[in-house]
Design a protein around this ligand. Structure first.
Ligand code: 5GP
Length: 170
């Protein structure tokens, strides 16, 4: 397996993250927000987003696994849970990619059971035309095709996360 094609350039991704940060700055200008990064894939989005935020924000992390290699295992496991109480708080979940929606729908159930004030989602990449659990994603990055992609935080067996662009692996 090799990265054979650049799908979205580093520059385009940076522009999009800036756009999303502007929206977040507007939406949370009068309120505190906890940005909940889903490890590991969201770490580059989080870092780029953080540098453009001008709101009252804190950062927390959860780690969830659902994939092995390039196939979904169909099971979601919380590897690292939150260590704070989110009751009455605004949560903005930052996830790398939306594929079947299994990961986010399971995560949303867990988070909502903890009585936050609000839960919104930012997803950097969204795969279209897949069998998906419908979820309302307020902050959408790029809509992409069904190919398996790497880079900008996304891996293949731990590799390629560091690429500043989104690439196709084949
Ligand atoms: P879902 O639960 O929506 O099917 O999948 C979401 C998770 O699957 C993502 O957080 C990511 O870890 C992984 N994933 C889905 N599609 C891709 C892909 O094209 N490339 C990589 N590297 N991971 C993916």
């Amino acid at each position: 397996m090799k990265v054979t094609r650049e799908l979205i350039s580093a520059e385009k991704i940076q522009d999009k993250i800036q756009e999303l940060a502007d929206l977040i700055n507007k939406d949370y200008q009068n309120d505190e927000v906890i940005i909940l990064g889903i490890l590991k894939g969201s770490f580059i989005t989080l870092s780029d987003l953080a540098k453009n935020l001008k709101v009252d924000v804190t950062f927390e992390f959860m780690s969830i696994s659902s994939y092995e290699g390039s196939e979904s295992t169909g099971q979601v496991k919380i590897e690292k849970d939150l260590d704070i109480d989110i009751t009455g708080k605004n949560i903005l979940v930052v996830e790398d990619i939306f594929d079947t929606g299994l990961t986010l729908s399971s995560l949303l159930e867990v988070l909502k059971s903890r009585n936050p004030k609000s839960v919104e989602i930012l997803c950097t990449f969204i795969k279209e035309d897949k069998q998906q659990i419908p979820i309302d994603i307020k902050y959408k990055g790029f809509t992409i095709g069904p190919e398996f992609v790497v880079g900008y935080g996304l891996d293949y067996n731990g590799k390629y996360r560091e690429l500043p662009y989104l690439g196709v692996l084949s």
